[in-house]
Design a protein around this ligand. Structure first.
Ligand code: PRP
Length: 187
């Protein structure tokens, strides 16, 4: 038997009450999304995948490696004012993409769409560079939407619970769990 990895244990500070989406189900859905995206973009030249830090880093890594089309990776970072259980809706750009995305095919890759404010802001911002923009999110809390944003690719609709894992955190913890779980955060 393998000895417990103290680094892994240290990462789990909130108790996961329930596994919402298993590792196997995530991997199967990511493979399906990759097949669909590869098909949709097969005659479009190079796809620029823009991961939204930090939460999208694992989803982007898995998704991008399963595509069968030419692709490059960019990252963007934003911060939301008043983020606690809900964001206030005011989004600020913290880090822009490095490459020139003018006239390119861009896919924004998000881990989660909650109120929708972040993605709404990003679509508007990236659109101003003039590329063809589509959106992809692993999970969406449909009950929490405050603004409507078009999602071209979606992994799962989920209930309004605190979720962690596969990139999602609570107070920076639990991002590296291989599954998505529900927690009750301590206040
Ligand atoms: C999360 C997530 C999205 C955003 C969605 O980011 O990665 O970017 O919230 O929320 P919204 O739909 O209500 O705007 P978060 O601010 O938690 O930062 P992180 O990705 O660095 O954890």
């Amino acid at each position: 038997m393998l000895a417990a990895n103290p680094l892994c244990e240290a990462d789990v500070t909130q108790e996961v009450l329930k596994v919402l989406i298993s590792e196997a189900d995530i991997q199967a859905r990511v493979a399906e999304l990759a097949r669909q995206i590869s098909k949709d973009y097969e005659n479009s030249g190079e796809l620029v995948m823009v991961g939204v830090l930090k939460g999208a880093f694992i989803f982007l890594a898995d998704l991008s490696r399963q595509l069968t089309i030419p692709r490059v990776i960019e990252f963007i970072a934003v911060s939301s004012y008043g983020r606690g259980s809900r964001s206030s809706g005011a989004v600020r750009l913290v880090m822009d993409v490095r490459g020139n995305i003018e006239g390119k095919h861009v896919l924004i890759v998000e881990d989660i769409v909650d109120t929708g404010h972040t993605l709404e802001y990003l679509i508007g911002m990236i659109n101003s560079h003039g590329p063809a923009v589509k959106t992809c999110a692993l999970v969406r809390k449909a009950d929490c939407a405050e603004v409507h944003v078009d999602l071209d690719y979606l992994g799962f609709d989920i209930p309004n619970e605190w979720v962690v894992g596969y990139g999602l955190d609570y107070a920076e913890k639990n991002r590296t769990l291989p599954y998505i779980g529900i927690i009750t955060p301590a206040d």
